[in-house]
Design a binder for this molecule. Structure first.
Ligand code: LIP
Length: 341
């Protein structure tokens, strides 16, 4: 390797191209595909230095990282979309947090749910900001679904305030959830997720080809494999039939785990599992906008995100079992198919 390139590979004090090629080929032998992060790891890059390639280092373009994805004759740049989603999530979180101490105008109140006018206002802000940069990408949101968001090449999936009942009762546990999905044949797959909690200024991020992070630091699920050592969250949704499923789960789990938690935000439950604060989370009756971003972040952090549609309920209503991926042998006998087919 010529002298002036030696510094390019200070990470692992690599001597020459041959050794680099051997390391990468060995990497391919172990994995069927390598992300940028894998290649940097193979080159001996430290976690600290690898994280500098994360897309939320605004403006940094990872060398050789092609971040463009096509829509017919148009392109979106996934790094641009990522930076946009991060900025919009932060702005939306600050917007609703700013109303934290105000009287909260209720739009709709049901037996086990509350919808605030602030939900609608926050989604309006998000839709406006996203649309300024990518007008061709519609929004599939809790407070309104754009035309085309069921057939478009790409779509944003948005929950402006996940944890609305918490927020309405001044409980500081709620977040903004923004996912980007790409149409794949007759379904959609998530390619990016951002979850922002403005109360603690914590932002979880993931995008295909980029590391999964909390506030710019890589995250990974816990490795706890004994149910008795785990903390598990259970969500209690709205309909009586879904509440019954969660009650049964609580009865089954309460004396088998270290602790059960009921926190009230699906998106935060999912990213808490992704970052090892929880070891599993189950719920029946969550909507796509509650779980799209958090579920993707969890999978990218090494977790398992099993979900299936609930028949006979509103469209895009799911039951789910999210975990660190080490607990199936104990969870499945206890929960059966209550939370996934
Ligand atoms: C909430 C979910 C939560 C569920 C609630 C509600 P929202 O979403 O995050 O897991 O138990 O019933 O659906 O309505 O606050 O966006």
């Amino acid at each position: 390797m010529s002298k002036n390139h030696e510094n390019d590979y200070e990470y692992g004090k690599i001597e020459g191209c041959a050794e680099i090629a051997i390391r990468i080929l060995q990497g391919f032998e172990k994995k069927d595909k390598l992300t940028l992060d894998n290649v940097l790891e193979l080159l001996g890059a430290s976690e600290e230095s690898r994280s500098t390639f994360a897309p939320n280092v605004i403006g940094e373009q990872a060398p050789g990282q092609d971040t463009k994805i096509g829509i017919g004759s148009q392109y979106i740049d996934i790094k641009d979309c990522f930076n946009l989603a991060v900025n919009v999530a932060r702005e939306a979180g600050a917007f609703f947090l700013n109303s934290w101490q105000d009287n909260k105008e209720v739009n709709e109140i049901r037996a086990h749910d509350i919808k605030l006018r602030l939900d609608v206002q926050t989604q309006e802000l998000i839709v406006s900001r996203l649309g300024q940069q990518y007008p061709m990408i519609p929004v599939f949101g809790e407070e309104g679904i754009n035309d085309g968001a069921k057939t478009s090449e790409f779509r944003w999936v948005v929950d402006p305030i996940d944890g609305t009942v918490n927020f309405a009762f001044d409980i500081p546990h709620a977040c903004v959830s923004i996912a980007l999905q790409k149409r794949i044949e007759n379904a959609y797959g998530t390619i990016m997720g951002v979850v922002y909690d403005p109360f603690f200024d914590e932002i979880w991020t993931a995008a295909v080809g980029f590391p999964t992070q909390l506030n710019g630091k890589k995250i990974h699920v816990s490795q706890r494999a004994a149910l008795s050592e785990t903390v598990v969250s259970i969500g209690f949704a709205k309909l009586a039939e879904n509440l019954k499923i969660s009650m049964e789960a609580m009865t089954q789990l309460m004396d088998k785990v270290r602790k059960v938690r009921i926190l009230g935000s699906a998106a935060l439950d999912l990213v808490y599992v992704a970052s090892g604060r929880l070891d599993a989370y189950v719920e029946a009756g969550v909507r796509l906008w509650d779980i799209a971003a958090g579920g993707f972040i969890l999978e990218q952090a090494g977790g398992k995100f099993q979900r299936s549609l609930l028949p006979g309920q509103e469209p895009e209503t799911y039951k789910l079992l999210a975990s660190n991926g080490c607990l199936d042998s104990e969870l499945r006998p206890l929960l059966g198919s209550r939370f996934d087919d």
